[in-house]
Design a protein around this ligand. Structure first.
Ligand SMILES: [Fe+2]
Ligand SMILES: [Fe+2]
Length: 260
């Protein structure tokens, strides 16, 4: 099967089985085709993307209450599913990107499928299911702005996934504090793997930036307002994770100087 066909199946199938079917090792990329920019993904009625005003996710304080925690896990599953879909989206949008870049997108997509499945399993062990609560399309709302691989990795890898390093440290700690080891362990795995996703973004930022431009300058100019560098930072700045992802100190210093 071609990567293109595989990515299309993820976006054009409404059900989770098709979206979460891992890529075959034999996947080929001989005919990436012309750029294909798809809008919102197909989703079965119970998991369709709803307007933000219809979606209520408890604040982090809700982590100490099992009933609210379920809703937070449900939202995490939707974040991961959106990531699966958006990496598929990028494979269709950027057929001319370097083969190594495209292979990297497929690898990350497979990680995101696994992350989604881990949260779905947690839900089912707690007698809940994906689709029990309305879900939003926060990340999808930005896809229209990603006119190049550089813009894609600036937003996806270096803003959303980077912020997730901080959120994962924060929520992992809250889960442990609440005595929910099972959830804390899943968040820890996700956190560790997201470091590699940020590393992918960092590596490609440096390869795709213009000559003479710093990584920071390339990152800044690649974000479309209201997305901005401060959105890549959560409550707790996980400097170690960013350093493990390869980010250089001058980039982190510049980020630290951004107030909003
Ligand atoms: Fe993930
Ligand atoms: Fe990720």
């Amino acid at each position: 099967m071609e990567i293109r066909e595989y990515a299309r199946t993820i976006l054009e199938s409404g059900g989770l089985d098709a979206k979460l079917a891992p890529p075959a090792r034999s996947l080929e990329d001989r005919t990436p085709g012309a750029p294909l920019i798809l809008g919102l993904p197909a989703r079965d009625p119970d998991i369709r993307i709803r307007p933000g005003r219809e979606v209520k996710v408890p604040a982090r304080e809700g982590m100490c209450d099992p009933a609210q925690r379920i809703r937070i896990i449900h939202a995490f599953a939707n974040h991961e599913l959106q990531a699966v879909e958006l990496f598929a989206w990028a494979l269709l949008a950027f057929p001319d990107a370097a083969p190594e870049f495209r292979r990297g997108l497929v690898r990350i997509l497979a990680d995101e499928q696994r992350h989604t499945r881990m949260y779905l399993k947690l839900l089912s062990r707690r007698s809940a299911a994906f689709g029990d609560f309305p879900v939003s399309g926060y990340f999808w709302a930005k896809a229209g702005e990603w006119s190049s691989p550089l813009r894609f990795i600036a937003a996806m890898s270096l803003t959303f996934e980077c912020a997730n390093l901080d959120h994962a440290s924060d929520y992992g700690g809250l889960a442990r504090k609440a005595g929910d080891r099972e959830l804390a362990d899943v968040i820890e795995v996700v956190h560790r793997e997201e470091i590699e996703h940020v590393r992918f973004g960092w590596t490609w930022l440096n390869r795709l930036k213009a000559e003479g431009e710093t990584a920071w300058e390339a990152y800044r100019r690649s974000l479309v307002w209201p997305l901005r560098p401060s959105r890549s930072v959560g409550r707790q700045f996980d400097e170690l994770a960013r350093t493990m992802a390869g980010m250089e100190p001058s980039f982190l210093e510049a980020l630290g100087r951004e107030t909003d």
